[in-house]
Design a protein around this ligand. Sequence first.
Ligand SMILES: [Zn+2]
Length: 159
Amino acid sequence: MVNWQKAMILWLQDKVDILEYHSVRVRSAKKSFQLPSVLRLRKYIRPHFSSVKVKLSRQNLFLRDNYICQYCGNRFPEKALTIDHVHPVSRGGKHEWTNVVASCGPCNNKKGNMTPQEAEMPLKSKPVQPKWLPSKEFSYKSFQKRPTSWEPYLSHLKK
Ligand SMILES: [Zn+2]
C-alpha cells in the first residue's frame, strides 16, 4: 500500500498505471490532479530493505509470525502473545531472531523451561531472521477496511 504522495511520484515517473480515481483533486503550483485510488505497478519495484536489519522487538516478532502462536497454530491479538525463547535463555539460548517465536500464554507456560523436543511441542515454522517486514498499516484489519473501488481487482482473493 502506498500513500497518495508516493503514488503521484510513481505515476509521474511512469511506473504505474492508474486504473481508477478518487473524486478528490489535489493541486500543485501549475496543475491539478485527480487522486488515483487503484494503481497497477508496471514493474515490480524491489523494496530496498535488504540491507536494513530488522530490529528484534515484540511487535516485529509478532508481525514475522503473523500473530500466530508457533506452538498451537492459533492466531491471537497482540496482548495475548508472548515471546518464547525456543532454546530457553536460562539454558544458554540467545535473544536473537532464530531463537524466538510468538507464543500464546498457555503454550508458553506449558513449554516452560524446556526445548520444543522435550516439551513435545514442535514448532509450526522454523524461526528466521526477517529480511523485511510488512508495514504495520497493512494489517489484516486495514485490509478489511479497503476502499470499495478495490473490489473488482481483488475478486481473486478469498473474502
Ligand atoms: Zn499457543
